[in-house]
Design a protein. Structure first.
Ligand code: URA
Length: 261
């Protein structure tokens, strides 16, 4: 596959098409070691080596950033008033076509994938592909063991006269007011509404795992990392509530409060 040099640069950097063309015409771009001043020059991504201002421009068909979404930021690509997760990216990482894969509420923090790979996003989000999302939940009242069976049977969410039947969800208690829940679908405010239907209230919510990939404990809220195919594929691996709960006991059992586990 060949591609015009200006298109290649536009797809692999955060510069606009015009800025890429200017950089080429100004002699700031090399292809296989020689300056190339023609934006229309055809190159083979991955085979030809390209530099911009002396720095290699690596080729990837798709890009993946793993973010620890903080509370207070919305999961949208653009918003006139509120700060979005894409605003947290450094200017050089704001590549064209990036979007957040799935939604976390404004008041929910945790693991969020930002990518330009629509097909992968569909596989992660469609209930057909069974990618479980795990959340650490802090409740305002003590966890009741009876929640486990109710959630396993599939809880019914009511909104006025409207009823929504959820798919079975797994849940494990990890503290007096803390538990981990695994969902196979992503309904609007599903965790908060499920615990409200159980007569409790979610005080804090952190997404800790997608499939087989955990939220890196060293990643602070607002931080993010570029990840590559091997890690992305871990999201498609099967997982289990006991693995997610064990991870939370090790890493996140005192995330919001100190309590005996
Ligand atoms: N469930 C919720 O209630 N909120 C989220 O952000 C994700 C799942």
């Amino acid at each position: 596959m060949t591609m015009r040099l200006d298109r290649f640069l536009t797809s692999q950097t955060a510069l606009t098409r015009r800025a890429c063309c200017d950089a080429v015409r100004q002699g700031r771009v090399t292809v296989n070691g020689s300056a190339c001043r023609q934006p229309e020059q055809k190159i083979t991504p991955g085979a030809d080596s390209v530099t911009l201002d002396g720095k290699p421009v690596q080729y990837s068909e798709f890009h993946y950033f793993l973010m620890h979404k903080p509370c207070g930021v919305i999961t949208a690509s653009r918003d006139r008033h509120a700060k979005t997760v894409l605003d947290l990216l450094k200017p050089e990482d704001r590549l064209p076509g990036l979007f957040a894969c799935g939604r976390l509420d404004k008041d929910t923090s945790g693991l969020l994938l930002i990518t330009d790979d629509g097909q992968l996003s569909h596989r992660l989000l469609s209930p057909k592909h069974h990618v479980t999302k795990y959340y650490l939940v802090q409740l305002s009242r003590p966890f009741e063991p009876s929640y486990i069976d109710t959630l396993r049977e599939g809880i019914t969410l009511r909104d006025g006269a409207k009823e929504e039947q959820c798919l079975p969800a797994e849940c494990e208690q990890i503290g007096e007011r803390m538990c981990v829940i695994g969902l196979h679908e992503g309904r609007y405010h599903q965790v908060r509404r499920s615990f409200a239907a159980l007569g409790n209230h979610v005080e804090n919510l952190l997404r800790v795992r997608i499939g087989g990939l955990d939220l890196p404990p060293e990643l602070p809220p607002g931080g993010y990392l570029a990840i590559f195919t091997k890690e992305v594929e871990r999201m498609l691996n099967p997982s289990s509530i006991s693995l997610a709960a064990a991870f939370c006991r090790r890493q996140y059992s005192s995330y919001w409060i100190k309590e005996p586990v």
